[in-house]
Design a binder for this molecule. Structure first.
Ligand SMILES: [Cu+2]
Length: 160
């Protein structure tokens, strides 16, 4: 009984030690997504705050995650995961981060992370050269990012 109480107290202390503001997200690397999409990140579009961490999980083997050149904010550090391995990335600089799975880039396996509600590098990101299927999926993700911000702003205006 005493032992259980001690354990519970320890667990409570550990929880308190984690800073409340930094969150951790998970993106799965999949052969088939929930929408039957072949070779995909799940979720393909994710909004996080500066300082948050995203863990790319090799749920299916044979995938990796790395930033697409030209698709990250100025001064942000590119990341590059290893094939079939998990990689955790902490995002400090606000903006859009486009990333890809290298083996399936041609099949359109790309994802997008928006940090701090910023689409400041949207135009630059749209200029990035990619295979046609990747461009198609990325264009949809970039639209989603812009729309999500418009929706936020709209909600703000409506409440006034
Ligand atoms: Cu892949």
């Amino acid at each position: 009984m005493t032992r259980l109480t001690t354990l519970a107290l320890c667990a409570g202390a550990l929880l308190l030690a984690i800073p409340a503001q930094a969150a951790e997200f998970e993106v799965k690397m999949l052969n088939k997504g929930p929408d039957n999409q072949a070779m995909t990140f799940d979720p393909p579009f994710l909004k996080v705050q500066a300082g948050d961490t995203v863990k790319f999980v090799p749920t299916d083997k044979g995938h990796d995650a790395e930033t697409i050149p030209g698709m990250l904010p100025d001064g942000a550090t590119p990341f590059k995961g290893k094939l079939s391995q998990e990689i955790s990335v902490t995002f400090d600089k606000p903006g859009l981060y486009g990333y890809r799975c290298v083996p399936h880039f041609g099949m359109g396996m790309v994802g997008l992370i928006e940090v701090g509600g910023s689409t400041a590098n949207l135009d630059a990101a749209k200029q990035a050269k990619m295979p046609p299927l990747a461009t198609k999926r990325m264009t949809a993700l970039l639209d989603q990012a812009v729309k999500s911000n418009t929706a936020d702003a709209g909600a703000g205006n409506a409440s006034r």
